[in-house]
Design a protein around this ligand. Structure first.
Ligand code: NOJ
Length: 569
């Protein structure tokens, strides 16, 4: 038996549910609404376009909030919508306290927050503290001010190696491909210092050893908390501090299979990731969030994007005086394998025990290949995707859904001329495989028979910022609503059923021995069985009544690539 919580821990809440209604947050008495929440990730460019320019925006999101309420999620996380040159689609922020005109205005953000709260939905916004845009006034000032200035000290400016300083300061690679260093030309026209960018060269890394940086981010947090956000998703949370002295790193074997995703690129044990000093930042943020705890709406939270290597390393971000959640990308990285699913669960849950935090689970996001495609694509991939979703939604803790997965969307093959992802541009000419992320970011279909599939009010037949494929009409929200067996209706039923037990089923999970290819567990009255093999399997003894299956309902045996929930009477 593995458990997320030590029942004797003072931070363990005694959940009391106000759930049971479709959509809207069930806020437990202690206000920690995130502990078992389902959070829906909105990729702002691709969710809904309010003004018809082919790019999603805040008014578009507001107009589609009823979809999220009807789906039955508790919260939405919105990717960055701040002022930005959009070199990394908003993860390059030029002004942390304003909305990019492409997405609307501050008043649109206020309207979105108000409407979401009316519908009982919490709102998490993205915070990008590891780097700014190169158009941020701080970086522009740093370029102008020159070496040794206080302006340069806000970033990672260093002299180069070699006789003329013409070699990068160390061998660090950028996550997006190529070097992590770019040399600037000083005001007098001579080649100058190098600055660090763990991502694109337009995303210079901040120097978190400079107290000014910490003060600035506390102020940014308060700016959005004052406007009413319920939480933050912390971008590259494990990257803020770099090892003193900036030592060389051990580079991956160039002959090995190349990295397939950011999971492999950013999760390595290297001097730029997961340094101990980063935790002091999150202790400070914990105190800032706690200042806003007095609202009847429930407390404020932050979830760390920490691609740390082990479950233990990830868990350190959710110590009781740090952040409330950390993404657990190990579920997403697991292959279609009963053994791997069980392994992730048995490693994750005990790692959180000492801290009283609940786990998070996620299958897809805007950085990885959509899970239906990862699991083989087509009918097989969809069947497995639905089964993995059911297995995920039965576990204790919080589940993060990525927009479009409720429609069963697959990764789209985006033509080279339509690509926009900086990681694609930085790797396309090298031997590295394509890690471009455009294919999971195509605007989602809401209705109609042809692009833009009601994504926005643009003329029928016009394409949004990333072209949508032919044949998406049957996958749209309108087409799937009310359609028996549709993936959308499956998600709605799963989320509704989850509400009946999520807060009361407890946080202990017993992995059941149900055969080599079967991932099965009991959590309180719930038994979940997933058949990852190729032949039908019998059900474990003592399962209760069938609640829901991801495919054909089991009658004595469970079909391959299917999962089912059973509840004790
Ligand atoms: C992680 C984000 O999820 C990704 O989209 C972004 O490109 C990098 N961080 C850099 O901010």
């Amino acid at each position: 038996m593995v458990a997320v919580n030590d029942p004797s821990s003072p931070s363990t809440p005694s959940p009391s549910t106000s759930g049971g209604t479709p959509g809207g947050s069930a806020v437990p008495e202690d206000g920690a609404w995130w502990r078992h929440a389902v959070v829906y990730q909105v990729y702002v460019r691709s969710f809904a376009d309010g003004d018809g320019d082919g790019v999603g925006d805040l008014p578009g999101i507001t107009s589609r909030l009823p979809h999220l309420r009807d789906l039955g999620v508790d919260a939405l996380w919105i990717t960055p919508f701040y002022t930005s040159p959009q070199r990394d689609h908003g993860y390059d922020v030029a002004d942390y306290r304003d909305v990019d005109p492409l997405f609307g205005s501050l008043s649109d953000a206020d309207d979105l927050l108000a409407r979401a709260h009316e519908l009982g939905l919490k709102v998490i916004v993205d915070l990008v503290p590891n780097h700014t845009s190169d158009r941020h006034p701080w970086f522009q000032a740093a370029l102008a001010a020159g070496p040794g200035s206080p302006e340069r000290a806000r970033y990672m400016f260093v002299e180069g190696r070699g006789e003329d300083g013409d070699l990068p300061p160390n061998n660090w690679p950028s996550v997006f491909g190529g070097d992590a260093w770019t040399r600037v030309t000083e005001a007098d026209g001579t080649p100058g210092q190098w600055y660090l960018h763990l991502f694109d060269s337009t995303q210079p890394d901040l120097n978190w050893r400079n107290p000014e940086v910490g003060d600035e981010f506390e102020s940014v947090l308060r700016f959005w908390l004052d406007r009413g956000v319920d939480g933050f998703r912390v971008d590259v949370a494990h990257g803020l501090f770099k090892e003193e002295g900036l030592p060389d790193t051990e580079l991956p074997d160039p002959d090995a299979d190349g990295p397939a995703s950011m999971v492999e690129l950013a999760g390595l044990d290297e001097p730029m990731w997961d340094q101990p000093e980063v935790h002091e930042v999150y202790r400070r943020w914990h105190r800032v969030l706690a200042d806003y705890d007095d609202s009847p709406r429930g407390r404020r939270m932050a979830v760390a994007e920490s691609w740390a290597r082990t479950a233990e390393a990830i868990a350190r971000y959710v110590r009781p005086d740090e952040l409330q959640q950390s993404f657990n990308f190990h579920w997403l990285s697991a292959a279609w394998s009963a053994e791997e699913f069980a392994e992730v669960v048995t490693e994750t849950l005990p790692s959180l025990l000492p801290y009283g935090a609940t786990p998070t689970w996620v299958l897809s996001n805007h950085d990885v290949v959509r899970h239906v495609t990862r699991y083989g694509g087509g009918e097989l991939g969809l069947a497995r995707g639905r089964a993995a979703t059911l297995a995920m939604l039965g576990l204790p803790g919080s589940a993060y859904l990525y927009q479009g997965e409720e429609l069963g969307l697959e990764q789209v093959e985006v033509a080279p001329e339509d690509r926009t992802d900086p990681s694609w541009f930085r790797t396309k000419d090298t031997a590295k495989p394509d890690i471009g992320r455009d294919g999971c970011r195509v605007p989602i279909p809401w209705g109609d028979e042809e692009p833009p599939y009601a994504f926005g009010p643009a003329a029928a037949g016009s394409q949004p910022w990333l072209p949508q494929p032919d044949g998406w009409a049957p996958l749209s929200v309108a087409a799937q609503t009310g359609a028996v067996g549709s993936t959308l209706e499956f998600y709605r039923r799963a989320l509704a059923a989850r509400r009946t037990f999520a807060l009361t089923a407890g946080e202990e999970v017993e992995i059941l021995d149900a055969g080599a290819d079967v991932f099965a567990y009991r959590r309180g009255p719930l038994v979940c069985v997933l058949n990852a093999g190729s032949a039908p399997v019998g059900l474990p003894d003592g399962v209760g009544a069938l609640v829901l299956s991801s495919g054909v309902d089991p009658t004595g045996t469970l079909a391959p690539d299917t999962a089912a929930w059973f509840l004790d009477d």
